[in-house]
Design a protein. Structure first.
Length: 374
């Protein structure tokens, strides 16, 4: 029973992501009747005691039509920013009006990547979400595309939804998609592609099933971004479902026939470690040998002797990735040294560090208490 994991009884707090391809028609107008059905589903769940956060795309697509911009407003960064600034007003008004018809109050939250990558700003966003939900409000969240640039943006709302799920302490995330779930291959190209109803572990085999394209050309995500969103959500202890949004009342339909792919939550990490695991950026990378990689898997700290290379410019306390000899990122944590000192002591035994550094060394390059395995 997959859908039962997302019922109000099993999932007191739920994130629902709605993509551009579903919300906006090809001519650039809101698919209002369809959206009214989604809102009716949300209202029924809220009446049953579930708290809901909506992550809604659509601002760029809506704004591009109003401004007469080519390529749906994505011809340039400046066009996308202008379209987002224009379309966000229309998008928020639509959500507020439809939720209001059910006696519900909407609140708008616009965030950038930095708002959730910076620990203090992340905690501020988390506090706002908790307060709004406690007041019975429905937060409607979107990336602030009017100011985001290529370097500081999520780029898709699938991963944003998973990060908002972490910040809100949600038990479930539902991605309404233009496909009904994960397949072993792209079903549009491979007639033998098989549907995958449940994923208990995201590994190389699952990632190989992903296709990066967006079927409509309107959205920015694809199955790659959805699997990454699932990794973020499940590592924080939340289930994630990919279900079809192409039918009316998609949440009610999912309850009825359970058609969708559910990524099963792992045992939840601490809040700080979940935030680390969900980050999309880091300030540097430390490559480790096979022995250190094995030790990390056993829950040990990263010692200087196990490091083989240090990259990036980071200070003590910055987030760094830890990679194995094949270049795969296997862990993430807070550096105990800045980059120059880490480079000096990489590969050196602990008893040699005091002479190299000129002061008593710290216990580890990255301590296990400030590290999460990926």
């Amino acid at each position: 029973m997959t859908a039962t994991r997302f019922t109000p009884a099993a999932c007191p707090r739920l994130i629902v992501k709605v993509g551009s391809a579903l919300l906006v028609a090809p001519e650039g107008t809101v698919r209002r009747d369809w959206l009214a059905g989604v809102v009716a589903d949300l209202a029924a769940r809220i009446a049953a005691g579930q708290q809901i956060v909506v992550v809604s795309s659509g601002a760029i697509a809506l704004g591009a039509r109003r401004l007469g911009l080519e390529r749906g407003g994505r011809a340039s960064l400046e066009d996308a920013q202008a379209a987002a600034a224009t379309g966000q007003i229309a998008l928020s008004q639509c959500w507020a009006e439809l939720l209001g018809q059910h006696g519900l109050t909407a609140a708008q939250m616009l965030v950038t990547l930095d708002d959730l990558e910076d620990r203090r700003r992340y905690l501020n966003a988390s506090a706002t979400l908790h307060r709004l939900l406690g007041l019975g409000v429905v937060p409607v969240v979107n990336e602030n595309d009017s100011v985001a640039t290529a370097e500081i943006r999520f780029g898709d709302n699938d991963r944003l939804a998973a990060r908002i799920g972490q910040a809100a302490g949600a038990q479930g995330v539902v991605l309404l998609s233009d496909i009904d779930g994960l397949y072993t291959a792209n079903p549009g190209r491979d007639p033998h592609a098989a549907f995958v109803p449940e994923v208990t572990r995201i590994n190389a085999r699952i990632r190989a099933m992903a296709d990066g394209g967006s079927a409509s050309g309107m959205g920015s995500g694809g199955m790659v971004s959805k699997i990454e969103a699932a990794r973020i959500a499940t590592s924080a202890g939340a289930h994630l479902a990919i279900i079809s949004g192409k039918r009316g009342h998609p949440l009610a339909a999912f309850d009825a026939d359970e058609r969708g792919t559910v990524f099963v939550a792992e045992k939840g990490a601490s809040a700080r470690k979940a935030w680390l695991a969900g980050r999309l950026t880091s300030r540097g990378r430390i490559t480790v040998d096979a022995g250190a990689a094995k030790a990390l898997g056993q829950g040990r700290s990263l010692l200087s002797a196990g490091a083989t290379a240090v990259e990036g410019k980071f200070a003590r306390g910055d987030v760094v990735d830890i990679a194995d000899t094949d270049g795969h990122v296997i862990a993430r944590g807070l550096a105990e040294y800045d980059a120059s000192e880490a480079a000096l002591i990489a590969g050196r035994r602990s008893d040699a560090l005091a002479d190299i550094l000129g002061y008593a060394p710290r216990a580890a390059l990255v301590h296990r208490d400030h590290m999460v395995l990926l």
